[in-house]
Design a protein around this ligand. Structure first.
Ligand SMILES: [Zn+2]
Ligand SMILES: [Zn+2]
Length: 575
């Protein structure tokens, strides 16, 4: 029974939610939340650690109790403590917590006072005007709740790319080992590296008599088989994700891969192009009359239409076909192009490992430099650095660099941009650093003009180098703050500073469209992990996917530069 990290994280998150509604001890709740975050973002599978009998309490924030529960979940797929909580509370009540404005206290009150236990009941209570009279609610809140619930109920469920990847990778390995299978690939928005994925489309080439279909519906994570035939099957996984499998003939594989990779808009544009040339394009190939002239490989399909192969990340009908025709497709950046990472935290603030541990982990990934950029004092929750502690860390980095080989630590800071646009540390402290990352971590609600001015002013600081996670969004849970990104990008060009593409799986910020904007304006983008632990550097590959969606080539990316060249660029930013 393979249990993925996402399963464990989901169980811990649910426990924390239920405990909050029960008004349990806040420390206990926080421990589950932290554990969910750590497990959900880890690069390694917990079940592999359990299989090797590794000590789970080595993981940050994981004590004996949580380690025991993780082993229980890996071994049995369940957690008795969660079952117990479920027995005490209504089954769907945690969904209410995801409505903006509803914390555990309010959810508890809705449940006790109005017997609201589901989103549907919540919407009904709001429509009937029964919520406004509850203490602490009011008519405005009632209207907001109704709007949010209706939007939520109508929105199809999508899951984050990193979670989809855990299922996609194990499904591919599982299917590839079936008898007669010679090729397995995940198509769809997953292959295009969309930040969220609605379902998985898997294509297979299999010999006659292959066991691939039987194997597919026997996948451990499959909860329900929706349909099941000789060449097509659909299942829903326990996590709610739908997976469609198609067995495709070899001669049509490329056409099918192209068709099921999408996007829809890209496919429509390709079909139009085919028609203009008197050809027909569908999932079986490119046809002239009844003759199939291409289809075995994607390259053959594009070639038959007079185009070079187009990378999946570009297939959104945002000019890629015209660029392909004109021979102007970008040479997209790859993970191997990255020479370093410019955003990471250590134990000095809210990270989990030491300077040296982080340096060695980055080196093991083939990076040759790593900037340490802790939070500044304003973020008290993260134990942010004041000038004295920052100076101490700089000394420690200098000492460590003398003994490190093959990797250089750069001295940096992720300094808070305060509400008025000033930075959270004095210039005298910033002057000693190799780079200064400015970040908005508060007042996400400022109106557009003020939010934009705030960031522009911060960029005016003579030491400002790089704008972290520029829109502040958190995927599926916090909308970007309202800001004029084009103005910010233009100002960055004039000022000569850079923007970050934060590769954290919940952020992926810059958005792809802003990457295109930055490229257009000639502003370099740094693809950074924002690692809080030595396992987090693996997230860089998500950032690469996002950068590729944004058309970035290696030359458009700041940290593809070798260290001496990077140093020059960083020095030029200073005024
Ligand atoms: Zn940050
Ligand atoms: Zn950070």
């Amino acid at each position: 029974m393979p249990t993925h990290n996402a399963d464990i994280a989901a169980i811990f998150t649910e426990m924390a939610d239920l405990l909050e509604i029960e008004q349990a001890n806040p420390f206990r709740i926080r421990a589950y939340r932290n554990a969910a975050r750590i497990v959900g973002e880890m690069g390694r599978e917990v079940r592999a650690m359990v299989a090797r009998d590794e000590d789970l309490t080595d993981l940050p924030g994981i004590g004996d109790d949580l380690a025991g529960k993780m082993r229980e979940i890996v071994d049995t797929g369940r957690c008795r403590a969660l079952d117990k909580l479920h027995a005490e509370l209504p089954p769907a009540i945690t969904e209410l917590l995801h409505v903006p404005g509803l914390g555990p206290k309010r959810v508890r009150m809705l449940w006790h006072e109005l017997d609201v236990q589901t989103l549907e009941q919540l919407a009904r209570a709001a429509r009937d005007g029964r919520i406004r009279d509850l203490p602490g609610f009011g008519a405005k809140m009632e209207a907001n709740i109704l709007q949010a619930v209706e939007a939520h109920l109508s929105k199809a469920r999508r899951i984050k790319l990193i979670t989809a990847a855990q299922y996609a990778e194990s499904l591919v390995a599982w299917l590839a080992s079936a008898y007669g299978v010679s090729r397995v690939e995940v198509a769809g928005s997953y292959r295009r590296c969309r930040e969220t994925v609605g379902d998985l489309d898997i294509l297979v080439i299999a010999a006659a008599g292959s066991s691939v279909m039987a194997r597919f519906i026997a996948f451990d994570e499959a909860a329900e088989v929706l349909s099941h035939g000789p060449t097509r099957a659909s299942v829903v996984l326990k996590c709610g994700l739908q997976v469609d499998l198609r067995v495709v003939e070899r001669a049509a594989y490329g056409a099918a891969l192209c068709y099921f990779t999408g996007s829809k808009a890209h496919n429509i544009a390709l079909r139009r192009l085919a028609q203009e040339q008197g050809l027909k394009l569908n999932e079986y190939g490119v046809f002239r009359g009844r003759e199939r002239i291409a289809g075995a490989s994607e390259e053959s399909v594009y070639q038959a239409l007079g185009l070079p192969w187009i990378a999946p990340e570009l297939r959104e009908d945002r000019g890629e076909i015209a660029a392909a025709r004109a021979g102007r497709l970008p040479q997209l950046v790859e993970l191997a192009d990255l020479r370093g990472d410019l955003h990471a935290h250590t134990r000095a603030t809210d990270g989990h490992h030491t300077l040296e541990e982080m340096a060695l982990a980055a080196k093991a990934l083939g990076l040759s430099y790593l900037a340490i950029t802790e939070h500044s004092r304003r973020l008290a929750m993260a134990h942010g650095l004041d000038p004295r502690r920052l100076a101490d860390q700089c000394d420690a980095i200098d000492r460590l660099n003398e003994k490190l080989a093959g990797i250089v630590l750069l001295k940096g800071i992720e300094v808070d941009i305060l509400e008025d646009g000033s930075l959270d540390l004095p210039d005298a402290s910033l002057a000693r650093l190799d780079l200064v990352i400015g970040a908005v971590h508060s007042r996400f609600d400022l109106p557009r003009a003020r939010q934009t001015e705030r960031i522009l002013r911060a960029m005016d600081n003579p030491y400002f180098t790089l704008l972290a996670h520029p829109t502040g969004r958190v995927i599926e849970s916090r909308e970007p703050y309202d800001v004029d990104m084009l103005r910010i990008i233009r100002q960055a060009r004039q000022r000569g500073c850079f923007l970050e593409l934060n590769a954290h799986p919940e952020r992926l910020d810059l958005l792809d469209s802003h990457c295109m904007m930055a490229k257009e304006e000639g502003v370099l983008v740094a693809i950074n992990s924002d690692a809080h632990s030595r396992d987090d550097f693996v997230h860089l590959r998500l950032g690469i996917g996002q950068a590729r969606r944004g058309w970035l080539a290696a030359t458009d990316v700041l940290n593809t530069r070798p260290l001496p060249e990077l140093r020059l660029l960083l020095e030029q930013v200073r005024r």
